[in-house]
Design a protein. Structure first.
Ligand SMILES: Cc1cc2nc3c(=O)[nH]c(=O)nc-3n(C[C@H](O)[C@H](O)[C@H](O)COP(=O)(O)OP(=O)(O)OC[C@H]3O[C@@H](n4cnc5c(N)ncnc54)[C@H](O)[C@@H]3O)c2cc1C
Ligand code: FES
Length: 253
């Protein structure tokens, strides 16, 4: 993990309320695994805390982070111009370890699709992916090509304006049995992950399932405990350092 002063190469809108910023790093940071994240400065001294964003793509010394305009920090980010320098801490967290899995179901909703896209991008051609990706509506849809490159893509939208009407978890279970998987990876809002965990348990699905959690963060490096989550055995884990990826059975959602 390094703290670097990166140069903004591009910062552009890719869908309604979603932007992608590409940063050129001044030096290599070693291998970055899909599911790892970066802590990025907003580029304004009035925001002392960096924002955690999943690493969406790595291209040589360039990394791309996609962000949804949410509060003041991400809105400020949208005004960042190419050539500006931003402090970034990366790579953080553990990322998805696919092990030997060959047929992988990818279930993503909201900003959770960004780290998942990095996994598909890294292993496309080597492993077979079937991606179930949910958006609020078609105007929010992005990165479809990235997911298609990995294999079959099923899109769901809350309002039915693109693909099936529903969310990514519903899309996965409505297709259940048509494909066989040896691993499920997922990232999305807590309500989505809770629904996934409940339905996997209700159906007695034994396939290993890894989920990436999102918690408010302070330091991003395991020191402040702001990001603590409860594990199923009653202990606590730090999402930034012990995660953000956990086995779904291991954490309380
Ligand atoms: C591991 C991880 C990966 C993430 N990856 C992405 C991604 O790829 N794209 C994306 O759009 N969003 C991602 N998020 C969520 C993103 O960090 C927040 O949306 C963002 O920090 C909001 O900042 P803000 O200033 O606009 O919002 P504000 O609400 O004004 O933020 C105030 C403070 O709360 C923190 N905060 C607010 N919401 C969240 C949240 N959901 N998670 C963590 N901290 C939060 C902010 O970092 C900031 O310190 C990720 C979060 C985590 C923990
Ligand atoms: S954000 Fe400080 S310990 Fe995780």
């Amino acid at each position: 993990m390094k703290e670097l002063l990166a140069t903004v190469k591009e910062n552009k809108k890719i869908a309604e309320g979603i932007w992608a910023v590409t940063l050129t790093l001044p030096e290599p940071v070693g291998k970055i695994r899909g599911g790892q994240f970066a802590d990025l400065s907003v580029g304004d001294g009035s925001f002392p805390l960096k924002r955690p964003l999943g690493i969406c793509a790595v291209n040589g010394d360039d990394i791309t982070l996609c962000y949804q305009l949410k509060g003041d920090g991400t809105r400020k980010m949208a005004s960042i111009k190419p050539g500006e320098k931003l402090s970034v801490l990366l790579p953080l967290g553990n990322g998805f370890d696919l092990g030997e899995a060959k047929n992988i179901a990818v279930i993503g909703g909201g900003v959770g699709i960004f780290p998942l896209a990095a996994v598909v991008r890294e292993y496309a051609g080597e492993r077979a992916f079937c991606s179930y990706i949910g958006f609020r509506g078609k105007e929010y849809a992005c990165l479809l090509d990235e997911f298609s490159r990995g294999g079959r893509l099923v899109v769901a939208t809350d309002d039915g304006s693109m693909g099936m009407k529903g969310n990514a978890v519903q899309a996965f279970f409505s297709d259940y049995g048509n494909e066989s998987f040896d691993l499920i990876i997922s990232c999305g809002p807590p309500v989505m992950l809770r629904a996934l965990k409940a339905e996997l348990a209700a159906r007695g699905v034994k396939t290993r399932c890894l989920v990436s959690l999102e918690e408010r963060m302070g330091c991003g490096i395991g020191a402040c405990l702001v990001c603590a989550c409860k594990k199923s055995d009653g202990s606590n884990a730090r999402v930034c350092k012990d995660g953000p990826v956990f086995d779904i059975c291991e954490v309380e959602l």
